[in-house]
Design a protein around this ligand. Structure first.
Ligand code: NAD
Length: 428
């Protein structure tokens, strides 16, 4: 049978494997392998040229036993219900493993947001909220940004919801701009959270982070702050980052064996919306094509772009030097690739543990919105580090005790916590 890259089938297969090991009863498995609610809706938008275009929006609420559902909204051309379902399910496990009192949800629109003008983006964001607002709310379901969506978009969405609700409701959405109800540190949260878990994994593996090198897939929000954290906090070097080049319509990798200047690449991205190939070449970096990011001779791989990137096929290209894979992205690894990692003793920090920093600071943002009192950046990052370190230690302890693969151990922790909440609420 050929390898599946359907994210929902992968999410279900991962769950099924651990559910069998845990001996979960069939009705419990049935509840957890499907979302509790899912919505697909039309969003008509008047475009700048006067034409009317109809977009499809999605929202999936996977499980709300531990609290209101929580999860990003992705604007991506190949968004499907199955991708959103998978991401919603992983959010349930993510909140549980990070011990945040929230459930799992996710949303999206099938659109390449880079093709929209600012006005069109605003109308699409407001239309998304208008279509689903009765099923959103600080005590129901709280969206956030994800691939293709930004803090500004969250600001528009919060405003639209507040208008419809008839009162200022900042807690309906997180990842808002600072000054518009957002939290300091949300921008850095996911990438830095990745690095806090990498730091702990390196201690466990007895790796010297100052001598370590990393290659990163992507150069968006997660990849940028993971790369900065890897160099600035751990003292390692990032020799490769990759990005989607709109002109070439291809993934390009920017490579420098001596280490990349991440602040420089970030300034180019801030100015032009993406790394520019010419600017990278001018800076003396090499440009490589295809899967180059995963072929580098490095100690650490950080996939931080999209799902199903490390497959049974692509892992064959990974260097023997790689000891650690830190999953910044959601669902970057297929079950076949997991088998390769297990066989080759490559330590994996699974996605819903590794990238839980974003939802953790989103939760802090909701707490600050409720209090109407805002913390300083240091306080946010310190609390984030404490939560991420505790979550990593808990999963590692279960992995060692049960002699389990890290992903399976993370599932054991998360499923245990969700099943306990369902039992306590009398659902089972
Ligand atoms: P983003 O939109 O900011 O960045 C995505 C990056 O991926 C861009 O640099 C883009 O050029 C690059 N990219 C796209 N296709 C590519 C390809 N084929 N090859 C190489 N690069 C490619 O997105 P983000 O917020 O950084 O999210 C990245 C991943 O992390 C996603 O899986 C997302 O679900 C996950 N995640 C994000 C957050 C968050 O807080 N932003 C939290 C948890 C998980």
């Amino acid at each position: 049978m050929s390898e599946t890259t359907n994210a929902f089938q992968i999410a279900q297969a991962q769950f099924d494997g651990v559910a069998a090991q845990l001996g979960l009863e069939p009705h419990v498995r049935e509840i957890l392998r499907w979302p509790r609610r899912e919505f697909k809706f039309q969003i008509p938008v008047r475009m700048d040229d006067g034409s009317q275009q109809v977009f499809f929006g999605y929202r999936v609420q996977h499980n709300d036993s531990r609290g209101p559902t929580k999860g990003g909204i992705r604007f991506h051309a190949s968004e499907t219900m199955d991708t959103v379902r998978a991401l919603a399910m992983w959010m349930t496990w993510k909140c549980a493993v990070a011990e945040i009192p929230l459930g799992g949800g996710k949303g999206g629109v099938a659109v390449d947001s880079a093709t929209l003008t600012i006005r069109e983006k605003e109308h699409l964001c407001r239309g998304w909220v208008a279509a689903i607002h009765k099923n959103l709310g600080p005590r129901i379901d709280v969206p956030a940004p994800d691939v293709g969506t930004t803090a500004q978009m969250m600001g528009w969405m919060m405003d639209e919801y507040s208008k419809l609700a008839g009162e200022y409701t900042p807690g309906v959405i997180t990842g808002k701009p600072v000054g518009g109800g957002g939290s300091l540190g949300r921008r850095e949260a996911t990438g830095y959270g990745v690095i806090y878990t990498v730091r702990e994994a390196m201690k466990h593996l007895k790796m010297d982070s100052k001598k370590a090198s990393a290659s990163v897939q992507g150069f968006g929000n997660v990849a940028q702050y993971a790369s900065r954290g890897f160099t600035e906090q751990l003292g390692g070097k990032v020799v490769c980052v990759s990005y989607w080049d709109r002109n070439e319509k291809a993934a390009l990798s920017v490579v420098s064996p001596k280490g990349l200047d991440i602040a420089f690449l970030q300034s180019v991205t801030d100015e032009y919306g993406s790394i520019l190939k010419d600017k990278a070449i001018e800076a003396g970096y090499k440009i490589e094509h295809g899967d180059a990011w995963l072929e580098q001779d490095v100690d650490v791989l950080i996939p931080a772009a999209l799902e199903s990137q490390l497959t049974g096929q692509t892992v064959q290209k990974i260097s023997d030097k790689v000891k650690l894979v830190a999953e910044g992205a959601n669902g970057p690894t297929t079950p076949e690739a997991d088998e390769h990692f297990k066989k080759n003793n490559i330590f994996v920090i699974p996605d819903f543990l590794c990238n839980a920093g974003g939802v953790t600071v989103s939760y802090f943002e909701g707490v600050q919105n409720d209090m109407n009192y805002y913390w300083a950046l240091d306080e946010v990052l310190q609390r984030l580090d404490t939560k991420m370190t505790a979550a990593f230690e808990h999963v590692l302890e279960v992995a060692e005790r049960e002699k389990a693969y890290m992903r399976d151990a993370a599932y054991m922790v998360a499923i245990g916590s969700v099943v306990e909440a369902m039992e306590l609420r009398g659902w089972l």
